[in-house]
Write a protein that binds this ligand. Sequence first.
Ligand SMILES: Cc1ncc(COP(=O)(O)O)c(C=O)c1O
Length: 397
Amino acid sequence: MQEKRRDVADFLAERVKSASPSPTVAVSNKARELKAQGIDVIDLGGGDPDFITPENIRLAATEAMNAGDTHYVASNGTPALKKALAKKLLDDNQLEYDPAEILVTPGGKQALFASMLATVEEGVDVLLLEPAWVSYVSMVEIAGGRAVPVSLDPDDNFRVTPELLEAAVTPATRGMVVNSPSNPTGRVLTLDEINTICEFAIEHDIIIYTDEMYEKIIYDGRKHYSIATFPGMWDRTLTFNGLSKAYAMTGWRLGYVAGPKPFIDEIAKVQSHSVTHATSFVQAAAVQALAGSQDFIAEMVTAWDRRRHMVTNGLNRVKGIRCPLPEGAFYAFPDARETGLSSVDLGAKLLQDARVAVTPGIAFGQSGEGHFRISFATADDLLEESIQRIGDALGWR
Ligand SMILES: Cc1ncc(COP(=O)(O)O)c(C=O)c1O
């Protein structure tokens, strides 16, 4: 028999080997592991609404399942759901998309991933406004491209400026990812910042991947702008969204991308050769989510609005921490630079001493260093207890 000569690592693809596992998933796994050992850890690392999916949506799924909607469906999405999404995009976002310009995917993450595979390759740069959601870098890299950070300045409220964009752009830049409301910073881009982004995209002839996952979770009467509605942008924008956050449907996996048909057709090829389509009866439930009462969203947002004040007020009493009030989404991104600890060391200290799991800011890029992210999509009493523990671990002002 031939002697074994190659190591496992020799069989693995470099572009995947060099990608790191999702740090937010790693934090939640660690918290789960400690909980399983009987250690009382509060997990503020995840991004999952603490509400169960509304009943009308759950019923629609079981009804569809019981009626036999258990087979393969059209790869791009069911006609009923694509029609409902086209209506949603028009009504909510003033975006005109034909159903043929919409691809339904198992989760918004898959929509982004398939889009990166369809548009990014070796030699292509994609700009990321950092701090940025953890998966963008890996998606770009797995697609063979290079993720180039636009390092936003925490001392300028992570504002997007023409100077920062111009400093980051390269001749190989093909696109930029924009995410407002932002995970992790909770920032909502202003009209000025959106205009800056649009002018920059047109000037450098690049596409925008706009991740609008948190559009409905927005506070103080701020306004969400969909980039594709701005002059000259529709042709160069891919709009991403999903039902995970707005309808508390994270486990169902339902997202979508809308854009010009030549893009959607290519992205659809990736889908048809991989996951095939989003789950049939989940698509039926999604039609109900969009058609039914939307009151549930306002109820969740009211709870998160209350908690964002609770968290911000509480953390601002902790020594070494300054916590800006989140403008959208359900994350706070406190600045802990005054503690002098790296974000990884701080995360470890909070897990060890406070038994609270948070995500270190560095997970979101270099400009997130010295910060940490907590999710306040968590019950009030757990949040109160977490703040008490964090304060006890780091000291009070
Ligand atoms: C900014 C952002 N985009 C996309 C997603 C993906 O959401 P899903 O795949 O559940 O639709 C998330 C989930 O946490 C997110 O925070």
